[in-house]
Design a protein around this ligand. Structure first.
Ligand SMILES: Nc1ncnc2c1ncn2[C@@H]1O[C@H](COP(=O)(O)OP(=O)(O)O)[C@@H](O)[C@H]1O
Ligand SMILES: [Mg+2]
Length: 484
């Protein structure tokens, strides 16, 4: 740089000391690539968490502005900012942790670029004790940035909401993408509930207009999904000691959930949710379909989930940009992870497929379950009661761990009897009858299930061993008489 012809210095009038055209830059940075309003606000929540906030209040309101009435504020009870930190807060590249790989912040771009993505006017207030300081950046004000003339004022102590904290006020939000503030707050609620699910689970309180954000699970373990296999861990080279990638899969209960209505399924994110969620330092940055090699996504793949969490030190491997909007993994990372993840995904897919095959033959199981439940009250107490209460028995069809015809599991006093699809009685007798279109065959299938279930009732009841053969004959007879 610095010469027209080699060796010839530029004349003074041909040099420029301005690196950035401020006005154009501010307009251009608005298109940095944030996907939606929620992910932009997530940047502000990141900062609050890094300032050790325990509570983050988001308020979406309308002010009197006729053109752009929506305003959003994000208020935290974190440690607040020093004068120097506040001076840098709205400076692009200004950061108290530039280059850090400890948690979320790294580039010093989040606050100004995310805020400008939504709003024309940004005000950051930060307080410690009774001293409150304000800095502002506005696209429409000729005096755009007052970083060098920060306003400071003292407030009466009991008017401060918390001992320290920060409020980012976004006014004239002209690019939030929603017709009504109500829709905007709803989308913020669900998105942030997903993005910060780990932090919410460990006690962080985030609210939108006074309503606490609920945790949006991805693996759906609390809702009833089960972990699939152990967590996979990969230690990868990086600056210093390198970092780790952790991967966990879960499978959704196809047999139980396949009968849900479409709207119930939609509420669980089936089939819309992309199965692989990428977390950076425990905070979601993307969802999609990665490390799957040649495997294409099919409908069955809506029935398993995967969570991949990586340390920020590995940003270069994952191709993380400053907006933290998704990943672009490098080939070496794909080569490392794909063989395992693709194999697991293929086996999960085929497990889901065989579960759906079972769904097709599950009707008689429900008939059998209802029959057992109707018979329990008329059985002698040694068979029909447990711990002084009538037994609550559910019946399922599936592959069991043991080769026996049934397996019983008890959870919170509910006993679930799983009939083993691999046992010849179920595979060669029940299944063909249950898959027939004839009502008589389906009803015979229910009766086959009941013969096995009578065994389960006796086996898990308190009947004396000596009298079990007679008891089994009697219970089978009662069940078959009651079966519709
Ligand atoms: N809520 C907050 N509480 C305390 N400090 C904050 C808060 N938000 C921003 N900051 C300060 O402003 C700086 C710039 O934030 P940001 O632009 O998001 O960049 P980064 O998070 O990458 O450092 C941070 O480094 C921090 O010092
Ligand atoms: Mg940040």
């Amino acid at each position: 740089m610095g010469s027209k012809k080699s060796g010839q210095p530029l004349r003074q009038s041909e040099q420029t000391s301005v690196l950035v055209d401020e006005r154009n830059f501010l307009e251009a940075i608005r298109d940095a690539g944030y996907r939606n309003a929620a992910v932009t606000i997530a940047e502000l929540v990141d900062n609050a968490i890094e300032a050790d906030a325990t509570t983050v209040k988001i308020e979406v309101t309308s002010d009197g502005d006729l053109k752009f009435p929506v305003q959003i504020s994000v208020i935290d009870d974190g440690r607040g900012m020093s004068l120097k930190e506040l001076q840098l807060a709205l400076v692009f590249g200004g950061s108290s942790r530039f280059g850090s790989r400890d948690l979320f912040g790294r580039f010093g771009m989040g606050l100004p670029s995310a805020s400008l993505n939504l709003a024309r006017d940004i005000e950051v207030m930060s307080w410690r004790g009774s001293l409150i300081r304000t800095v502002r950046l506005s696209l429409d004000d000729r005096n755009r940035f007052n970083g060098h003339s920060i306003r400071s004022r003292r407030l009466i102590r009991d008017r401060m909401p918390t001992p320290s904290g920060t409020k980012v006020l976004l006014r004239s939000c002209d690019r939030h993408g929603y017709e009504r503030p109500g829709w905007l707050s709803r989308s913020i609620t669900t998105e942030l509930g997903r993005i910060f699910r780990r932090q919410l689970e460990s006690g962080l309180h985030i609210s939108v207009n006074g309503n606490k954000i609920p945790v949006m699970e991805h693996l759906l373990l609390k809702a009833g999904a089960a972990l699939y296999g152990d967590m996979l861990r990969y230690q990868i080279d990086g600056p210093g000691r390198g970092g780790q990638v952790r991967v966990q899969f879960s499978e959704l209960p196809v047999l139980r959930w396949s009968t849900m209505s479409s709207s119930e399924k939609a509420a669980m994110g089936i089939p819309s949710t992309k199965p692989i969620s990428i977390l950076r330092a425990g905070r979601e940055i993307d969802r999609g379909w990665w490390f799957m090699g040649s495997k294409r996504r099919e409908n069955y793949d809506s029935w398993w989930r995967c969570e991949l969490d990586f340390d920020p030190i590995l940003d270069e491997w994952f191709g993380v940009s400053y907006t933290k909007q998704g990943i672009q993994p490098v080939q070496a990372l794909k080569d490392l992870l794909t063989p395992d993840l693709e194999t697991i995904a293929r086996s999960m897919n085929s497990r889901v497929r065989s579960q759906f095959d079972l769904v097709k033959i599950a009707d008689p199981i429900q008939v059998a379950e209802r029959t057992v439940q109707a018979v329990i009250p008329v059985l002698p107490d040694a068979l029909g009661c447990r711990g002084g209460r009538k037994r609550d028995i559910r019946v399922a069809l599936g592959e069991t761990k043991s080769p026996a015809v049934f397996e019983v599991r008890t959870s919170r006093s509910v006993e679930t009897v799983t009939l083993n699809i691999c046992h010849p009685l179920i595979r060669d007798l029940y299944a063909p009858l249950a898959s027939s279109d004839l009502t008589t065959s389906k009803s015979a299938a229910a009766r086959v299930a009941l013969v096995a279930l009578a065994g389960a009732l006796i086996d898990t009841g308190a009947w004396p061993v000596a009298g079990r053969a007679q008891a089994w004959s009697d219970v089978v007879a009662t069940l078959l008489e009651r079966c519709p």
